[in-house]
Design a protein around this ligand. Structure first.
Ligand SMILES: CC(C)(COP(=O)(O)OP(=O)(O)OC[C@H]1O[C@@H](n2cnc3c(N)ncnc32)[C@H](O)[C@@H]1OP(=O)(O)O)[C@@H](O)C(=O)NCCC(=O)NCCS
Length: 168
């Protein structure tokens, strides 16, 4: 039997192309039918491997999860951007390839991202998710998050509601 190792680590510029692929597939999978097609295509295309390489170099914290050496998910994290919320940390993005969802890997990546925020001295954590993204809402509620705030994000001319989950 072949054993596959699971590894979570900080991304390096050499990971950029793989992260761009995960971003592309996960965003199409999560948002097709929610975010208007044109806006979604534009957002995905904007973030090719060069964009990711530069994000990683600019010291944005990007974590990747690898299975048997293949990157199957990523998270980005840092300081909370919403001044009205007291939590200091934020997970900006948490995305798994569709075929690797629902098998516990997102929870592991989420736990690692939380630990990294704590290690950076950031207390408490916020995550925003689109209200129509049922999977994400179920995931964050199931991971102990409290939904405390709402906002709106406009994609082309479509306004979509978003929900903030927090952990203290
Ligand atoms: C949301 C996401 C990161 C969760 O990661 P995951 O690996 O699929 O989730 P896990 O397998 O670790 O699930 C953990 C818990 O979340 C909940 N959950 C996950 N997927 C769910 C789903 N499709 N429906 C309902 N609950 C779900 C369950 O409560 C599960 O608990 P369980 O182990 O007791 O069943 C992942 O599904 C994903 O990338 N989705 C698409 C992109 C996305 O929406 N990202 C978040 C944007 S804000």
């Amino acid at each position: 039997m072949k054993t596959l190792t699971i590894d979570i680590r900080k991304a390096e510029p050499a990971d950029a192309a793989s992260i761009a692929d995960v971003h592309h597939e996960a965003w199409q999978g999560a948002y097709a039918g929610i975010i208007p097609h044109k806006a979604l295509t534009k957002m995905v295309n904007r973030r090719g491997s060069e964009w990711w390489a530069s994000a990683i170099r600019r010291a944005a914290t990007v974590l990747v999860i690898e299975i048997g050496g293949r990157i199957v998910g990523y998270a980005t994290l840092g300081k909370n951007r919403a001044r009205e919320l007291p939590q200091q940390g934020e997970i900006y993005e948490l995305y798994m390839l569709p075929e690797y969802q629902g098998i516990g890997l997102g929870s592991r990546l989420f736990a690692a991202a939380r630990q990294m925020l704590t290690a950076h001295g950031l207390k408490g954590l916020v995550v925003w998710a689109l209200e129509e993204n049922d999977n994400a809402l179920a995931f964050y509620a199931g991971s102990g998050g409290r939904d405390v705030a709402e906002g709106v994000e406009v994609f082309d001319s479509r306004a979509l509601r978003k929900v903030a989950f927090v952990w203290d």
